[in-house]
Design a protein around this ligand. Structure first.
Ligand code: DGL
Length: 273
């Protein structure tokens, strides 16, 4: 038994390619179909209603292409629209928030008792912060924990520009992360799929003992455990990755390559109804 249908991944833009990369490393035989809604990026500054409408359309397109599972590889879409997406999806569905929250608590519970009282810090877009999706997910798992949400909107354009380790990135990180250090947070969730590109700069702006949680890695792990054996593609040549975007340009190609850590495959331009 082998199911060659692709796994669908969706993000507002190219940030979700950090999730795609983590999925491709764990499931090298699977075909992957990625949709970046680049024409409508950013989602992080939009209203919940708009994000829900865009997200449902994007996932509808993946379903029309016959995906066997859907990964919402965008924190903003997961935070604001996972329930709306679940209404139209009849295949396994995974978002990035719950796996990120679980990973944060797993790490927190392994810390010495004295370090477990500080809040878990969540770095995310303004929309994700306003939704308190991580706070709700973490409290649902363990109501004793406090969450410090910090919006870091400039990290998104910095990651896209490739300015991840220069003086501008360091200045933004120092400004955004001062309250995180002040609160004594030991566990910090990268609650936006763009932020792993700034990992080194973020880590350098925080006390050395701080542990960063990459929700891309945690989501890929969650997908692996959700994919039943009969849904797996077994054998044959390695899986193929296909990238769909709603707006394409030479700049986007360069940015996509930065997120993937290698040359991006051909980008297919699609329109969302
Ligand atoms: N990739 C999105 C996220 O994870 C952020 C980019 C956006 O604002 O659309 O939240």
């Amino acid at each position: 038994m082998s199911d060659a249908r692709p796994i669908g991944l969706f993000d507002s833009g190219v940030g979700g390619l950090t999730v795609l990369d983590a999925v491709a490393r764990r499931l090298p035989d699977e075909n992957l179909l990625y949709l970046g809604d680049t024409a409508r990026l950013p989602y992080g500054t939009k209203s919940p209603e708009t994000v829900r409408r865009y997200a449902r359309r994007a996932v509808g397109l993946l379903l029309s292409r016959g995906v066997k599972a859907v990964v919402v590889a965008c924190n903003t879409a997961t935070a604001l629209a996972l329930d709306a997406i679940a209404e139209i999806v009849d295949v396994p569905l995974v978002g990035v928030v719950e796996p990120g929250a679980r990973a944060a608590l797993r790490v927190l519970s392994a810390l010495p008792e004295a370090d477990r009282g500080a809040p878990v810090a969540v770095l995310a877009t303004e929309a994700t912060v306003a939704s308190d999706a991580y706070g709700r997910a973490i409290r649902a798992l363990d109501p004793r924990h406090r969450v410090l949400n910090v919006a870091c909107p400039l990290f998104v354009p910095l990651a896209e520009e490739g300015w991840t380790e220069n003086e501008v990135a360091r200045a933004a990180a120092a400004r955004y992360l001062a309250p995180v250090a002040d609160a004594g947070a030991r566990v910090v969730v990268l609650g936006c799929t763009h932020y792993p590109l700034l990992k080194r700069t973020i880590a350098a702006a925080l006390p050395p003992a701080t542990i960063l949680i990459d929700s891309a890695e945690a989501t890929a792990e969650a997908l692996v455990s959700l994919l039943a054996p009969e849904l797996r593609r077994n054998g044959g040549p390695g899986g193929v990755t296909h990238l769909l975007v709603t707006d394409s340009s030479e700049r986007l190609r360069r940015v996509a390559a930065r997120f993937l850590g290698r040359e991006a495959a051909a980008l297919e331009l699609v329109d969302l109804p």
